[in-house]
Design a protein around this ligand. Structure first.
Ligand SMILES: Cc1ncc(COP(=O)(O)O)c(C=O)c1O
Length: 307
């Protein structure tokens, strides 16, 4: 049985893990992890917030289906397929790459949840923002509500404002809020809603991601937001590039998982926490600061590491 779409707006209390370590103690820092990996019932992590208002808008407009874009291991595609299944919304995934990838566990889940997959070449995928290409897709999939890659649009920012509200309701009062950044949509959403006293840091997981400054600013502009909070993007934490790893990253993750009894993945949260550790070592945060790091979920992607 499908769930009522109204469930999308039910406020969710997010679990918090206090991270204790000799380094944090030595530096006089209060470091906590906001466990978005534990919410959403399959629509995990930041995806819950990014999809909320996109799905509601599609529903209110009477869209026949929701269509979006991603790679074969996209957490966004996985979350959209799951949400479509739960809330009775037809979904289409335009996937970069060859149909052979349909055998990967992420896309198998998506198909099991009823998502229709359309595989496209890398050259075609590069056109995903072009108006004429979007019109072509619209004709091919009539009544489609098209959500950009990663779900990053002004409606996603609206959802993330709900997360900022929840952080305030839970009285976590961070001085610093830190997240991993791919497309920058999550970062933009946090920046848009954060009060002036918070500092927001995005750790880019792609190599050479300087473009993120412009993308984040563009998203804020499209949403008509004048940010209050100070924000920055760290470009040094990508560990060789998107979805790549280094032995140091893997060793850090293994230690961290054991020490704090929780799971990380290597594409986003693992890298962000590894970079945070380095920044703390370098003395980037004033003693007495409260740091809130976001575990943005995506743990199903760990199956990619095994492969
Ligand atoms: C698990 C996870 N964390 C973080 C991000 C980064 O979010 P954004 O693309 O909004 O920067 C993504 C997706 O892109 C993700 O899947």
């Amino acid at each position: 049985m499908t769930e009522s779409i109204a469930h999308l707006l039910t406020p969710v209390k997010v679990p918090v893990t206090t991270l204790t370590s000799s380094l944090y103690r030595r530096k006089g820092l209060d470091v906590r992890l906001l466990r978005l990996d534990q919410i959403g019932d399959g629509v995990s992590g930041n995806k819950w917030y990014k999809l909320q208002h996109n799905l509601l808008a599609a529903h209110q407009q009477g869209a026949a289906r929701v269509l979006s874009f991603g790679g074969a291991w996209s957490n966004h595609i996985h979350a959209l397929a799951c949400a479509g299944h739960r809330f009775g919304i037809a979904t289409v995934g335009v996937i970069r790459g060859e149909p052979e990838n349909a055998s990967n566990p992420m896309l198998q889940d998506a198909q099991r949840w009823g998502m229709q997959l359309q595989f496209v070449s890398r050259a075609e995928y590069r056109r995903r923002h072009d108006t004429d290409y979007l019109q072509q897709l619209q004709q091919q999939w009539p009544g489609a509500w098209i959500v950009p890659e990663g779900g990053s649009n002004p409606l996603a920012l609206k959802g993330l404002a709900g997360l900022v509200g929840q952080i305030q309701v839970q009285q976590l009062q961070p001085d610093y809020l830190i997240t991993a950044s791919g497309t920058g949509g999550t970062l933009a959403g946090l920046i848009a809603a954060a009060p002036a006293s918070w500092r927001i840091l995005g750790v880019a997981v792609l190599k050479g991601a300087g473009f993120l400054y412009q993308d984040v600013q563009q998203l804020l502009g499209r949403a008509g937001v004048q940010p209050q909070a100070h924000w920055a993007i760290d470009l040094q934490g990508h560990c060789r590039g998107y979805a790549r790893t280094t032995p140091e990253l893997l060793a850090f993750m293994a230690d961290f998982e054991q020490q704090h009894q929780l799971s990380l993945e290597h594409v986003y949260t693992g890298k962000m926490l590894f970079r945070l550790e380095q920044l703390i070592e370098q003395g980037a945060f004033k003693p007495g600061s409260r740091i809130l790091a976001l575990h943005t979920g995506g743990l199903q992607g760990r199956r990619g590491l095994a492969g």
